[in-house]
Design a protein around this ligand. Structure first.
Ligand code: GLV
Ligand code: MN
Length: 192
């Protein structure tokens, strides 16, 4: 009999921590990430900024099943619908107010307007968004993940910039190719 097990989260490691090949004698610096200093007391920004501390930016997270993102929203800023295939997201709003929503696998939308101090959980793999609809004030949130590499799949980018044909997209959306091309043009990277 063949026994198979499937891990639905980051695998457990068999050592206290994992060192990258270029580090042989770790010290406190190895366990420290200073890349979030820029978000503390930063000036309001013109666009949404997501600053991540995942295994990619902070190698000590490898094998630890945790990571963070800091989300800074200008007034009117939106984080478009997306999913994280490998983790739930626990968002803590530290500044401003924020409209959030998550859609379950039966198509139900669960939306909320958060106030500073509120938390919201986006279950693993489900499509969600955040929007600062306030015309005056920025918002800032801290999101934690139960994976060192939660992954992000943006719905608009995946649909309209990955090369899926206009025909497939038009048929799937029950619309015409011209409409799809318009959507694609809006998401195309700006010409240099
Ligand atoms: C926000 O939802 C994020 O994933 O960064
Ligand atoms: Mn998210």
């Amino acid at each position: 009999m063949v026994l198979m097990s499937i891990n639905a989260s980051d695998p457990d490691i068999l050592s206290d921590f994992i060192l990258p090949p270029n580090i042989t004698a770790p010290d406190g610096n190895f366990f420290t990430f200073i890349g979030m200093r820029v978000v503390v007391g930063s000036k309001p920004l013109p666009n949404l900024k997501v600053t991540k501390a995942t295994k990619a930016e902070f190698s000590a997270l490898d094998g630890q099943s945790v990571s963070y993102a800091v989300l800074q929203f200008p007034s009117g800023g939106v984080n478009p619908p997306h999913t994280h295939p490998r983790s739930a997201e626990l968002l803590f709003l530290v500044q401003g107010s924020l409209e959030v929503g998550v859609v379950d696998t039966t198509g139900n939308l669960y939306a909320q307007t958060l106030q500073k101090g509120d938390m919201f959980v986006f279950p693993k793999g489900l499509v969600h968004y955040q929007y600062n609809s306030n015309a005056q004030y920025p918002a800032m949130a801290l999101s934690s993940f139960g994976s060192a590499s939660a992954g992000t799949v943006s719905v608009p980018t995946t649909l309209f910039t990955s090369g899926i044909s206009d025909e497939v997209l038009a048929k799937s959306s029950k619309t015409d190719v011209a409409t799809i091309q318009k959507l694609k043009a809006g998401l195309a990277p700006p010409k240099p």
